[in-house]
Design a protein around this ligand. Sequence first.
Ligand SMILES: [Zn+2]
Ligand SMILES: [Zn+2]
Length: 323
Amino acid sequence: VRALVALGDGTVDLASLPEPVPGDSELVVRPLMSGLCGTDLELIDATIDPAYVRYPLVLGHEWVGRDDEGHLVVAEGIVPCGECQPCRRGATNLCETYDEIGFTRPGALAEAVSVPADLVHRLAEGVDPLDAVLVEPMAVVWRALRRAAPLAGSRCLVVGDGTVALLAVMLLQRFDPVFVDVLGARRAQGALALHAGARHFSNAPADERYDLVVEAAGHPDAVTTALGSVARGGTLVLLGLPPHGSTIPVAPDQLVNDDVTLIANFSYTRQAWAEVVGLLDAGHLHPSFLVTHRATLDGYATALAALRGVGADEARGKVLIEL
Ligand SMILES: [Zn+2]
Ligand SMILES: [Zn+2]
């Protein structure tokens, strides 16, 4: 099978690998398409913490494929041990043994991948693969929003304009907000934000305060802006991952006086996957409008260039590779 492999020395290459042999309670899935994200660039550049990666690595952790019966399937990336205390209480994102498809085991930027059968979610007939390919990032956002549990009629702000931010705008609509505003740096993302359901897209913070603020830019300044935009009694959700060790000034008395709830979200749980798959199956989620760039495996260099911001004055949602 052909696969896109990160070698660990800053380079990536197409390779021909043996057909995967499924282990006990694994099954082989044929990926149809795999999304790429900033984390893949860190994996390629080998700038990620070495504890979270095993090279050479077949990339691909946001994907949809077909099982051997021809059903459309997605698979959770984190492989929970099922035994540790976090796993037993359902916090599969916090499993004490880190193992993840596309990080420590081969990913889905390949013509075939072997995955643990219990991580596989079969999708209903009629679900569009172009919607399903976004389940992984949607599961991250969905888990965070479920924790925040905004009331109907909430005034919401999303800080950031990347795919995760835009998915947050779309998924917030499930909670009947009165509006969702977006604060983003790249004007070219405005149309995607409006399509996702935003009321306004702006690149300068307003004086307005919001019941729910979602930080999805992953930049310390964006966190500061987000914190300063929370209304009294409001909630701040941190979804973006700022650079390791970065800090921001915080006035704790303000947080207390304003009765702020702070939620910081790491990844997704099995429950979040099940819920997102349920929403897709019911026809409630159609994020495919966010796919702006598609390439073949042979055209991977074009996809990576788009992801690195070549042509950054154009709108960029999800960049994906079709297998
Ligand atoms: Zn990703
Ligand atoms: Zn565990």
